[in-house]
Design a protein around this ligand. Structure first.
Ligand code: ADP
Ligand code: MG
Length: 212
């Protein structure tokens, strides 16, 4: 398998198509996770958004990675709905705006800008049992690896592992943001659906760069 050390247009395209495929494959699981602590729509919401994003990609091939991410942002904002649509939309839009070039350092700064956008928009803190609990550890791992000059594919593999760890850590948390927070103590003991889709997002990124 080929590996790439740049987040260029083909890598961005592989990422978004791969994310769409895993969201589709995990649609029912994401919706089931949203059942005890939400309104049982996270999988269908996300699948609707990524399907629209892929249709947009096919209809209007973007000129570069930043344009591709902007198109995905628009699809997520207009099609996902719920709380997670604007948050995923913000993530992709901020990433798009911050992506100076495809170098590991520029990609890392763009990913961080996307995560910071989610935090600024949703006001969730670490430990609130949201997608932020998967995204923040991923950004930190990516930064640490890229600062140590690890190849981007390896750095993203570490980021994906960190996101999965963050996802798992949401289970014992008490929800303080979003619908799950209405349940108070009853939110404890359930894995957060948004952290689960966010872990899939970073996993798809690692796969897009290392071909695994
Ligand atoms: P809705 O809750 O409107 O039905 P979804 O079911 O699509 O939307 O998404 C729910 C997910 O959104 C949660 O599991 C959580 O990860 C995420 N979420 C909710 N509120 C916030 C917030 N303020 N900041 C970050 N993520 C949030
Ligand atoms: Mg929901």
């Amino acid at each position: 398998m080929s590996t790439a050390d740049a987040f260029d247009l083909p890598a961005a395209d592989r990422w978004v198509r791969g994310f769409g495929a895993v969201v589709h494959a995990h649609r029912d699981e994401l919706t089931e996770l949203d059942s005890p602590i939400g309104d049982a729509d996270h999988g269908t919401n996300m699948d609707r958004g990524t399907t629209a994003a892929l249709e947009g990609l096919d209809a209007t091939p973007p000129a570069d990675a930043a344009a591709l991410l902007k198109g995905v942002a628009m699809a997520m904002i207009s099609k996902v709905g719920g709380t997670s649509g604007p948050l995923y939309g913000t993530f992709f839009l901020r990433m798009s705006g911050a992506l100076a070039d495809g170098s590991p350092a520029a990609f890392t700064a763009a990913f961080r800008a996307g995560v910071d956008g989610v935090v600024a928009r949703g006001k969730a803190e670490p430990g609130d049992k949201t997608m932020v609990d998967a995204l923040l550890p991923a950004a930190a791992a990516l930064e640490e690896q890229v600062a140590a000059d690890r190849p981007l594919a390896e750095a993203l593999r570490a980021a994906a592992d960190a996101a999965a760890g963050g996802r798992d850590a949401t289970t014992p948390m008490l929800a303080r943001r979003g619908r799950a927070s209405y349940l108070g103590e009853r939110s404890v003991g359930h894995q957060d659906p948004g952290a689960t889709s966010a872990a899939l997002l970073v996993q798809a990124l690692a796969t897009a760069l290392d071909g695994r």
